[in-house]
Design a protein around this ligand. Structure first.
Ligand code: PEP
Ligand code: MG
Length: 582
């Protein structure tokens, strides 16, 4: 039994078989064979090479006939990789000298070659990495006589274990099959973590190097509440975690009873609980969890995992579904927040050294007005169907806000000129995610209808700590006094002008932090739908005076550790029934 500690990012306990993926999504079958079986493994590989070569030859002939010499050449290049004597002798040496299984040897050698190609500064050579992976896939398929599982088509229920996963890959999972997620790298604020939470898949990230200690088929427990991973548990441990899983499920069932009650403090102050969504089909779960609306629709997920840019109609259909499903509740559609860790297959930027400080979010949209306009048209059309509001992400300067508003207005004029039916007055808000936006909010505030504080990025940019980097995860604390002061100032400026302010970062999925925000004066919180019932319970269990007292004391503390300890202690005293012990 092996117990590992990582970062808890999506609650819940999952118990199942591991399915280990490497960075490109193919399964590594880490397997050594018994001494003396190397001859058999080598023959299997020789046979697989022969079969793969035959398939490539068929593809080459067919592509040449239908599409010409040049495209047929792609397959001859792959044949050359397959037949490369140097590569073959590496495979033979791993099998014969290190007793690797044929599959494991293929996975190791091809991963190394693909990485070497990928690192090349020549575009021609770096693009060959994909060919190497194709040949690898073909060989593995020949060895196993079945198509390789990809992240989208898992053969059975499994806990996906990987070095890293992109938000797009995670978004492509079938939640029926993926019981849990565990990665070696990643931080709690990264978008992979956010997607896992949105899909309600228990997840732990940032576990550190451990893939060499696990192989597909091993039994694994993922405790997404404690951030714990257990490989090959003994009977007592398995039983302990089964009980934890049942206990969590029983809390969830009890919380369903308050689903249709408002999120009011016990002395009657109404808090709006909105949902953060990434996919249109999540609207149903917002209603099931009793959400008051959608406070953040992360529309960039329409791009992730697709190689084509969505058309205006595809944008429109996605928004229309959310707006209709939310049945007249407000829906805040955030314009594209692409870039950094959220990239579609088609890269919209050149590789950047510091992508979180680079061409991401509103900057990317303003550099690509055509992209922005397609989305803006769809949003304005969908606004006829209900209470739709538009929100711009990562606004840092007033010029950006004005340019984004200008584009929105011109799109609206175009639609009107085309005789399209659109909503004339759509509320427009901005996210506060950069310290500059807080410092300058008094200049922005007259030009917007509402403010939403994105504490995930605000924490990252205030504390200079990458939200997806596990090496600095201990520094990534939304309750850091510096972040709290920025939230406080945002609230002051917005409330002077009577502009509504919400918090839509992950901070409020922690009920202790959410009560602090309520005590500071926030009346609208937007969070993952699955986290709404617990938060509603917490809010209904306290008075506004208790929240204010919590905030008063928390704001006088000097370190994130002090604030966190104080808030967790308060929560345990005020709402003990939702605190899940280790
Ligand atoms: C945030 O930064 O807090 C936020 C809500 O946006 P995202 O997590 O999508 O960057
Ligand atoms: Mg953000």
């Amino acid at each position: 039994m092996l117990e590992l500690q990582g970062i808890a990012v999506s609650p819940g306990v999952a118990i199942g078989q591991a399915l280990v993926f490497d960075r490109e999504g193919y399964r590594i079958t880490r397997c050594l064979v018994a001494v003396g079986e190397d001859e058999r493994e080598w023959s299997r590989l020789v046979e697989a090479v022969r079969k793969a070569d035959e398939k490539l030859e068929l593809s080459r002939v067919s592509a040449t006939t239908k599409l010409g010499e040049r495209l047929g050449g792609i397959f001859s290049a792959q044949q050359q990789v397959l037949r490369d004597p140097h590569l073959q002798s590496e495979l033979e040496s791993l099998i014969r000298k290190k007793t690797y299984s044929a599959e494991y040897a293929v996975s190791e050698v091809f991963t190394k070659y693909a990485a070497a190609f990928r690192k090349s500064t020549s575009t021609f050579l770096s693009e060959r990495a994909a060919d190497v992976r194709d040949v690898e896939r073909l060989l593995l398929e020949s060895l196993t006589d079945q198509p390789m599982a990809t992240l989208k088509t898992l053969p059975h229920e499994a806990i996906v274990v990987s070095h890293d996963l992109t938000p797009g890959e995670t978004a492509g999972f079938d939640p029926e099959k993926v019981l849990g997620i565990c990665t070696e790298v990643g931080g709690s604020g990264g978008h992979t973590a956010i997607v896992a939470r949105g899909m309600e898949i228990p997840a732990v990230v940032g576990v550190g190097n451990f893939l060499h200690n696990i192989r597909s088929g091993d039994e694994v427990i993922v405790d997404g509440h404690l951030g714990r991973i257990i490989v090959s548990p003994d009977d007592a441990t398995r039983e302990h975690y089964q009980k934890r899983r049942l206990y969590r499920e029983s809390i969830a069932t009890k919380l369903q009873e308050i689903r249709d009650l408002p999120a009011c403090t016990s002395d009657g102050v109404r808090i709006e609980l909105m949902a953060n969504v990434e996919f249109p089909n999540e609207a149903a779960s917002c209603i099931a969890r009793g959400a008051d609306g959608v406070g953040l629709y992360r529309t960039e997920f329409l791009y992730l995992g697709h190689d084509q840019e969505p058309t205006e109609e595809e944008h429109y259909q996605a928004y229309a579904q959310v707006v209709r499903d939310m049945q007249n509740r407000p829906v805040v559609i955030r314009t594209l927040d692409l870039g950094a860790d959220k990239m579609g297959m088609k890269k919209l930027t050149e590789p950047e050294n510091n992508p979180f400080l680079g061409l991401r979010s509103i900057r990317l949209s303003l550099r690509n007005p055509a992209l922005f306009r397609v989305q803006a048209r769809a949003i304005l059309r969908a606004a006829c169907l209900g209470d739709v509001r538009v929100m711009f992400p990562m606004i840092t300067t007033l010029d950006e806000l004005r340019s984004a508003r200008f584009l929105l207005r011109s799109v609206s004029e175009d639609l009107a000129a085309e005789g399209k039916h659109i909503q004339c007055h759509v509320q427009v808000g901005m996210m506060v995610e950069v310290p500059a936006a807080v410092l300058m909010l008094d200049r922005f505030i007259d030009e917007i209808d509402f403010v939403s504080i994105g504490t995930n990025d605000l924490t990252q940019y205030t504390l200079a700590v990458d939200r997806s980097n596990d090496s600095v995860a201990d520094l990534y604390q939304a309750c850091d006094p510096a972040v709290l002061r920025l939230i406080q100032r945002t609230l002051q400026v917005a409330s002077e002008k009577k502009k509504s302010t919400s918090v839509c970062g992950e901070m409020s999925t922690n009920p202790a932090y959410a009560l602090l925000l309520v005590g500071m004066g926030i009346r609208t919180l937007s969070l993952a739908p699955a986290a709404i019932p617990i938060l509603k319970k917490a809010i209904r269990s306290v008075t506004i005076g208790q929240c204010e007292a919590m905030a008063w004391r928390a704001l006088r503390l000097s370190t994130a550790r002090e604030v966190d300890a104080f808030l967790m202690n308060q929560l345990a005293g005020l709402v003990p029934e939702i605190v899940l012990q280790a």
